[in-house]
Design a protein around this ligand. Sequence first.
Ligand code: GDD
Ligand code: MN
Length: 355
Amino acid sequence: MVELSVEIPTYNEANNIGRLIENLENLGIDMEIIVIDDNSPDGTASIAEKLSEEYGNIKVLRRPGKLGLTTAIHDGMKVASGEYIAVMDGDLQHPPSALPLLLRKAHEGNDLVIASRYVKAGKVERFSLYRRIVSRAATFLAHAMLRETRNIKDPLSGYFVFRRSAVSPDSIKSDGYKVLLEILVKGGKKRIAEIPYTFKPRESGRSKLGFQENLKYLRLLLMLSEYRPLKFVAVGMSGVLVNEGLLFLFHNLSAFSSALSSLPLFYAGSLAIELSILSNFTLNNMWTFSKVSRGRLILKVLKYNAVAAPGAIINLLTLLNLAFLFHYLIANLIGIVLAFIVNYLGSEFFVWVKR
Ligand code: GDD
Ligand code: MN
């Protein structure tokens, strides 16, 4: 068995693949190289095939068309035979010189070792401001929605090494760019290490990471989180009904029985708000966050109230401040959206934190 299988997905990397392969061959690691090319019009696959005659440790998978980075990794895993698998880009932005350290860390007993831009001493060279912001925002969202990524600084890295037996190819089902996310979330607890590297500027060719990939990324986050934000919205809407219904009930008690007297608006409203917070909590605890709902109930109830309060205040402040600019119902809607964001992030990071 070979020690390391290096998977390189390529699409139009004719000017890069040769140099990358030579750099890899010079590392002196017992490896096989698997190039997964999606019928690149620029002939990347033929270049790799030529080199495979020279070196004898290169497999080239030709796929019929551009089928995406993640599925390329999936297909490469099926033919990989190494004890460890490395995943890296074919454009030299992931320096091969980091590979020996990645492998050494794996040998030290880690199931997964990530080359990271965002740990100390990690760097990104010449990234546009737009890419920087998108990358940071995407990382934040991953941390918010997927607990498995929270102690990883760069869960969106495309450069990493893992023990082949620790990850089943069948656990990789998505079709976007962020294969590491799926590896982190599926397949249970792993020993993970991160090492710094410098994400180099691209010297030749262009990035294939377009706007559509950002949308695919959001879809992947939703899927991996089991649609938690959507469930949270649904629960929130049920809370509005509970709130309105109870307010009506408490404010009109005398109409239901002559023995009861109706509550004044302030008391009826306060009670309705608190009870709707509690009903939201219950539904979120049993449904939205059922997978991560360990921890003491009373503590979570208190914490949930603590995140609901600022949410309500933000809602009200937005309404009052924006009502001059927009129709008051629009202003209120903006307030609701902001309150939702505060509540949701508070729930993810503060209320339901345990797996
Ligand atoms: N086979 C195949 N099919 N390969 C593809 C496809 C595809 O549809 N799309 C892209 N690739 C290959 C590219 O040829 C390149 O070798 C590699 O996947 C990465 O694509 P880039 O377009 O260069 O991505 P990037 O540089 O913007 O971002 C990369 O690095 C980031 C930091 O590690 C990706 O790996 C990101 O996922 C990563 O966050
Ligand atoms: Mn690249």
